[in-house]
Ligand binder design. Structure first.
Ligand code: UGA
Length: 431
């Protein structure tokens, strides 16, 4: 099938590359000429393990191409995926400017039957609005509008694409559903569940899934607070709860709160949609509030660990991205913690496997180090902020020759007893 991905951000690029790997002919378009020129040479603008290999392989076998010729790419394709950004507006709503802009352009270019699929995360009824825009110029209905939400996780995106738990297709017509089912046939045959529903339901499934996962994380984080008070290990609680198949063990890892480009944005957007439809999502509202407060809570623990003497303390952050296997800093808790500690006079060093971060370039007394070793030099407190594999088997003794630093493991990577045996003061989350 001939596919066109509009937008070469995370969703468009990963899905486009993976669809081409399944044997389709895919063109990815973007208004950013520089990005397209780089992609043509196989230079990937994001950090995603495995993506570069797939892109290069499929450019070589001519199944994947990149273009800024929007009109030609649309005219040549059978299925068009809208993968543009839907950033958060100040009022919490998703900003749909780019989606509607694309819809208007598409409305002038439909020359034969096409399926237009929204992969961007869009609030319920967006598909209806796209339909209205298209119907103004296309009275003979040579198109179908489908919602096919994306469930890829950054850092695991290729695997999530190839082995999805489910493929959700929201469409109100049989023909589009049949074609989408064919497109996904190679994944369905490997065991992926294919769920066909109404377009509005598919749109809401995406937001509800993200809001639910954010709730699960926030729930376990609050239970972790309780565990710290009682002296119980949160991991026992996560395991004990997760063994119940109705609950499931995934997304029950306590930590510094959820971040990234999706959960913080989507929880606020679903509240906003519910407000519009005069429904109170009180549970999701309190999840947002609890998560917003999480960094502050962990900072208070840092102050307590340092006996409230923060000035001139050497604090090292191992990892600053919102999670491992990504270079993404969006809504990472480190963005709140590092400036707050700097304001109190701490001297901060950080190491991240994805390198220097502009976010801290203007913050006083914050220094990027190019190795774990350099970052740990003279540290008073080491904060393990992100769960990169690089940090999972550090022999801290080798780095603490002259003095023993304190370790605050915000991801519960290490066994408390083992680290304590080595003579380090060790703190973690909920245990
Ligand atoms: C999330 C969803 O998991 C994807 O299914 C979805 O497609 C994506 O959003 C999206 O809407 O595009 P992502 O933001 O890449 O994916 O990252 P996650 O792995 O879900 O992690 C989100 C945050 O929750 C991170 O800050 C992570 O550290 C935190 N988290 C996750 C926990 O604190 N505990 C957990 O047990 C799991």
């Amino acid at each position: 099938m001939k596919l066109c991905m509009i937008g070469t951000g995370y969703v468009g690029l990963v899905s486009g590359a993976c669809f081409s790997d399944l044997g389709n002919s895919v063109v990815c378009v973007d208004i950013d000429k520089n990005k397209i020129n780089q992609l043509k040479q196989g230079i990937i603008p994001i950090y995603e393990p495995g993506l570069e290999e797939i892109v290069k392989k499929n450019i070589k076998n001519k199944r994947l191409s990149f273009s800024f010729d929007f009109d030609k790419s649309i005219k040549d394709s059978d299925i068009i995926f809208i993968c543009v950004g839907t950033p958060k507006k100040n009022n919490g709503n998703a900003d749909l400017t780019q989606v509607y802009h694309v819809a208007k352009k598409l409305s002038k270019l439909i020359n034969k039957y096409k399926i237009i699929v929204t992969k961007s995360t869009v609030p319920v009824t967006t598909g209806d609005k796209i339909q209205t825009i298209l119907s103004k110029k296309n009275k003979d209905n040579k198109y179908s509008i489908v919602s096919n939400p994306e469930f890829l996780r950054e850092g695991e995106a290729i695997r999530d694409f190839i082995y999805p738990d489910r493929i959700v297709i929201g469409s109100n017509d049989v023909k589009a559903n049949r074609i989408m089912n064919n497109l996904y046939a190679p994944l369905i045959s490997k065991g992926a569940q294919y769920f066909h529903t109404s377009r509005r339901a598919a749109e809401l499934i995406k937001y509800s899934s993200n809001a639910f996962l954010a709730t699960k994380i926030t729930f376990i984080n609050e239970i972790a607070n309780l565990c710290e008070k009682i002296g119980i290990n949160i991991e026992d609680i996560s395991i004990g709860m997760g063994l119940d198949k109705r609950i499931g063990g995934r997304f029950l890892r306590a930590g510094p709160g959820y971040g990234g480009s999706c959960f913080p944005k989507d929880t606020k957007a679903i509240i906003s949609t519910a407000n519009f439809f005069k429904t109170n999502l009180s549970l999701v509202k309190s999840v947002v509030k609890s998560n917003d407060n999480r960094s502050k809570l962990l900072l208070l623990r840092v102050y307590k660990i340092l006996n409230n003497r923060i000035k001139n303390k050497n604090i090292t952050f191992l990892g600053v991205t919102f999670k491992a296997n990504t270079d993404d800093m969006r809504d990472s808790s480190s963005i709140k913690m590092i400036p707050a500690l700097s304001k109190k006079g701490a001297k901060i060093k950080y190491f991240d496997p994805t390198g220097f971060k502009n976010e801290f370039s203007k913050i006083k007394n914050v220094k990027y180090c190019n190795s774990i070793k350099n970052s740990l030099d003279k540290a008073d407190l080491v904060i393990i902020h992100t769960e990169w594999n690089d940090f999972k088997s550090i022999n801290f003794k080798n780095f603490a020759k002259n003095k023993k630093f304190i370790i605050y493991d915000m991801r519960n990577i290490y066994s408390p007893s083992k680290i304590k045996k080595q003579g380090f003061k060790y703190f973690s989350v909920g245990r």
